[in-house]
Design a protein around this ligand. Structure first.
Ligand code: LLP
Length: 450
C-alpha cells in the first residue's frame, strides 16, 4: 500500500507563473506563508520549497502530453528530499535515478521501483544487484563495457536485466559546457553510428532484455530546437530497431531550462531596476506548452511509449535559499554584502557562474540601490552569489532570498569549512513544515575515528 503524503491536499492548479513567491503586505510569501515566519522558526540558511509549484509543473507537463502514452520519470538528482519524492510518487510519477542511494530514497518515499530508470556511466555491482532485486523498469546503459557487466551481474542472479542504450545524438544544446551531455566529445551515451551494432550484441546476451532507447542532450536548455533536432536524428535508428526488437519505450531525457533572471520583476513594486523589468519581459522560459508542442509530432511518428526525465523543470523555480545578511563591508573598491549562506550551501554560482536572482524578503520601501557583491562566509574567493550587481539597499540582519534554488541546490551542498548542512522546509498553502533538520556540530564528526 502506498502511504499518502501528509501534504497531499487536492488544490486547483495555480495560475501560470513560474513560481508562487510573491510580495503580500510588503513581505515575500511562498504560497500563503510569509518567509520571515519560516526563517524565524527554522533559522538560516534555509531552503524553502513550494509544493504547489512542484505539483503545478508536474500536472502541466502530464496534461500537455495528453493522449501520448508517457511516463514522467522525475530526475531525482535535482532535489532528492523524501518529502518532494513523495509528493511526486503520490502523483504517479516515475523516477530517473543515478545511484543505489537514489533508489533507496525513492523506495523510502513510497515510489514504485518498477517506474524507475537507472542511468549513469559507472554503476557498481552492488548498485546493479540492488536495482535488479527491486525490478527497476530499465537500466540506461552508457557503454559496451557496462552492458557486458550488467549481463554478468544479472546472470549471477539468474534474471534478465531490462535495458535501453543511451544514444548520443551529437547535437549542440547551446548550454554551459559542464551541463551539456549530447555532444560526441562528452562521456555520455553511445555514438549514433555504433548503436545498432551494440543492440545486436545485446540481443545475443542471455541475461539482457532490450526494452527501449534513451537519450539526454543536456540541461538548462531554453529553446525547443535542439530537442527536436535530436529526436529527428535518432528516429531512423529507432525505426530500424523497432523492426528487430520488441521496443517498449523511447526516453527523451530531461533538460528543459527554467528562468533564473528577473522571475519576480513582473510583479508589483516600483523598486525594480529598469534592467530587471526588461529582463522580465525578454527572458522568457521555454514553456511546458511550447516544449511539448515541439516534441509531440516527431514523438508521435516514432509511436513508442515516451519517457521523460525532467529535474530542474519541476523543482527549480519551486525553491529559494533564505539567508540573512551578517555584515556589510565597504572597501575602497567594493561593497560586500556578507550573508550567512555560502558556496557549500549553493555551489551553482561558483561552479557554473550561474545567475540566481536575489531579492529582499521585506519589500523595499524606496528606490535606494547599490552595486554590491553578495558573498558567503567560506574562505574562497569563489564564494559569491552575485558580483557587481545592482540591488536594493541591504542592511545587517536583513533576510534575502536566492531565487530558483530548488534544483541542484541542497543536493550539491557540502560540509566544506565544517559548515553544517542547511535545513529544508516545505510550504503547502497556508502551512509549512520542516522536511530536513539542520545538521548539528555532532553530525559533522559522526562516523569519524581517531
Ligand atoms: N536525465 C539525465 C540522464 C541527466 O543526466 C539529467 C541531468 C537529467 C535527466 C535531468 O536534467 P534536468 O531536467 O534537471 O536539466 N548541476 C547542474 C545540472 C546537472 C544536470 C545533470 N544531469 C546545475 O546545477 O545546473
Amino acid at each position: 500500500m502506498t502511504r499518502k503524503s501528509p501534504f497531499l491536499v487536492p488544490q486547483p492548479p495555480l495560475p501560470f507563473r513560474v513560481h508562487s513567491f510573491r510580495y503580500h503586505d510588503g513581505s515575500l510569501h511562498c504560497e500563503g506563508v510569509a518567509l520571515e515566519r519560516v526563517a524565524e522558526k527554522y533559522g538560516t540558511p534555509l531552503y524553502v520549497y513550494s509544493a504547489g509549484t512542484i505539483l503545478d509543473h508536474y500536472r502541466r507537463l502530464d496534461s500537455a502530453l495528453g493522449e501520448i502514452d508517457h511516463l514522467i520519470c522525475y530526475a531525482v538528482k535535482a532535489n532528492s528530499n523524501r518529502a518532494i519524492l513523495r509528493l511526486l510518487a503520490d502523483e504517479g510519477a516515475g523516477f530517473d535515478i543515478v545511484s543505489g542511494g537514489e533508489l533507496f530514497r525513492v523506495l523510502a518515499a513510497g515510489g514504485d521501483p518498477q517506474k524507475c530508470t537507472f542511468a549513469g556511466v559507472g554503476k557498481s555491482q552492488e548498485e546493479i544487484e540492488y536495482a535488479l532485486e527491486q525490478r527497476v523498469l530499465s537500466f540506461n546503459v552508457e557503454s559496451e563495457a557496462e552492458l557486458a557487466y550488467i549481463d554478468r551481474v544479472a546472470r549471477g542472479k539468474d534474471v534478465r536485466a531490462p535495458i535501453a542504450l543511451r544514444v548520443n545524438p551529437d547535437v549542440d544544446a547551446g548550454t554551459h559546457r559542464y551541463v551539456s551531455t549530447g555532444r560526441s566529445e562528452n562521456k555520455f551515451g553511445i555514438a549514433l553510428e555504433r548503436v545498432s551494432e551494440i543492440y545486436e550484441r545485446a540481443a545475443a546476451m542471455p541475461n539482457i532484455a532490450i526494452h527501449g532507447v534513451q537519450m539526454h542532450i543536456g540541461s538548462q536548455i531554453t529553446d525547443a530546437t535542439p530537442f527536436v533536432e535530436a529526436i529527428r536524428k535518432v528516429t531512423p535508428l529507432i525505426q530500424h530497431l523497432k523492426e528487430r526488437y520488441a521496443l517498449e519505450f523511447f526516453s527523451v531525457g530531461g533538460g528543459v531550462g527554467i528562468v533564473y533572471e528577473s522571475s519576480m520583476a513582473s510583479g508589483s513594486g516600483d523598486w525594480w531596476s529598469e534592467k530587471d523589468r526588461v529582463r522580465a519581459t525578454t527572458n522568457l522560459p521555454l514553456t511546458i506548452h511550447d516544449y511539448v508542442a515541439a516534441i509531440s509530432p516527431p514523438l508521435r511518428a516514432i509511436g513508442l511509449r515516451v519517457l521523460l526525465e525532467p529535474g530542474r523543470l519541476l523543482v527549480g523555480n519551486a525553491g529559494v535559499l533564505l539567508t540573512r545578511v551578517r555584515y556589510i563591508k565597504q572597501t575602497e573598491h567594493k561593497k560586500f554584502v556578507i550573508v550567512d549562506a555560502g558556496m557549500n550551501d549553493l555551489i551553482r554560482p561558483a561552479l557554473y557562474q550561474s545567475y540566481h536572482e536575489i531579492v529582499p524578503v521585506r519589500e523595499p520601501s524606496g528606490p535606494a540601490r547599490a552595486c554590491v557583491d553578495v558573498v558567503g562566509p567560506v574562505c574562497e574567493s569563489g564564494d559569491f552569489f552575485a558580483q557587481d550587481r545592482d540591488l536594493p539597499e541591504m542592511n545587517e540582519g536583513d533576510l534575502v532570498a536566492l531565487m530558483s534554488a530548488g534544483a541542484y541546490g541542497f543536493v550539491m551542498a557540502s560540509n566544506y569549512n565544517s559548515r553544517p548542512l542547511p535545513a529544508e522546509a516545505l510550504v503547502r498553502g497556508e502551512t509549512f513544515s520542516l522536511i530536513r533538520e539542520r545538521q548539528t556540530m555532532e553530525d559533522l564528526v559522526r562516523g569519524e575515528c581517531e
